[in-house]
Design a protein around this ligand. Structure first.
Ligand SMILES: [Zn+2]
Ligand SMILES: [Zn+2]
Length: 150
């Protein structure tokens, strides 16, 4: 019985850690939004493909199928992690986020429809699930949330 409650305690500690990592991710994200003017959206407002990609990122990380940075983050020790639509299959820690962010400015191709937006400004959209922040660059059409129904 003590083994069981010990297990329960470990589970609770893990959940607390995960919650902390998630709220830290959200705080970081809103900080980034203030700096870059990026739109911060919740998963419900996000295009369906982006929600699916985020699910893939979470699953890929938990299953160990996604490539991680050299700091080797693992699901057992939750921390804020970052993935982007223009480099699928890669997940990095906070210290390595810049390796993904460098392309954010250069990238002019919409991650939603593939349109090359010469000169036009892209909208950078980020969503958070668990401790993973997933970011995509969208053209005006893809960034504009569709009204209900259509
Ligand atoms: Zn790292
Ligand atoms: Zn688009």
């Amino acid at each position: 019985m003590s083994g069981r409650s010990h297990h329960e305690l470990r589970r609770r500690a893990f959940r607390d850690q995960l919650d902390a990592a998630e709220s830290e991710s959200l705080e970081l994200l809103f900080g980034v939004g203030e700096l870059t003017g990026a739109d911060i959206v919740t998963p419900n407002q996000t295009p369906a493909w982006m929600r699916k990609d985020l699910e893939d990122a979470v699953r890929g990380f938990v299953d160990g199928e996604w490539q991680t940075c050299t700091h080797n983050p693992t699901p057992e020790s939750p921390q804020p992690l970052f993935a982007v639509a223009w480099r699928r299959g890669v997940i990095v820690c906070r210290r390595c986020e810049y390796t993904l962010a460098a392309k954010r400015i250069e990238n002019k191709t919409c991650d939603g429809c593939g349109t090359y937006c010469r000169g036009a400004s892209m909208t950078v959209v980020s969503v958070v699930k668990r401790c993973i922040t997933y970011t995509a660059g969208l053209c005006d059409d893809c960034a504009d949330p569709k009204p209900d129904g259509q």
